[in-house]
Ligand binder design. Structure first.
Ligand SMILES: [Zn+2]
Length: 145
């Protein structure tokens, strides 16, 4: 749904006349669009930056379309880093949408650290049965992170 831009974001609901407040529930400063909540909102940026930094990568601000294009063009192969990035991004989108819904409908707010921990836990669980060469220093560093 996120890739297809079919999520019921507040900007879309506002255009349909269902919602009168189209602002992002996380920052209340920008219109809630898919691109904003996953790529431009400071909460999302902070979490994604932490994920990249944990994997020894630098953060570059990308739009949603640039992020999808980068993922499609460079997240190829079976390396541990690529697997982590794919799982992390999926978990990031899932937990970030979940967080948006909890804030909007239940008034429950989790901190960026709590959301990040949930993503890290999913990555760890998904990699649990994967054969990893721990003699490789890059793989060992990723596992420790
Ligand atoms: Zn926002």
């Amino acid at each position: 749904m996120a890739i297809l831009n079919k999520l019921p974001t507040r900007d879309r609901l506002e255009r349909m006349g269902i919602c009168t407040d189209g602002l992002c529930i996380n920052c209340s400063t920008h219109q809630e669009t898919r691109d904003h909540i996953f790529s431009n909102c400071l909460l999302a940026i902070g979490i994604w930056k932490s994920i990249l930094n944990m994997n020894g990568m630098n953060f570059y601000a990308l739009t949603w379309d640039e992020m999808v294009a980068r993922a499609c063009s460079s997240w190829k192969g079976k390396s541990l880093l690529i697997a982590i990035l794919k799982i992390s991004w999926n978990a990031f989108i899932y937990f970030f949408w979940q967080e948006r819904n909890q804030r909007l409908f239940q008034g429950r707010f989790r901190s960026a650290d709590v959301i990040l921990k949930e993503i890290v836990d999913v990555v760890a669980i998904r990699l649990r049965d994967r054969s990893i060469n721990r003699l490789d220093s890059t793989s060992l560093s990723l596992c420790n992170a």
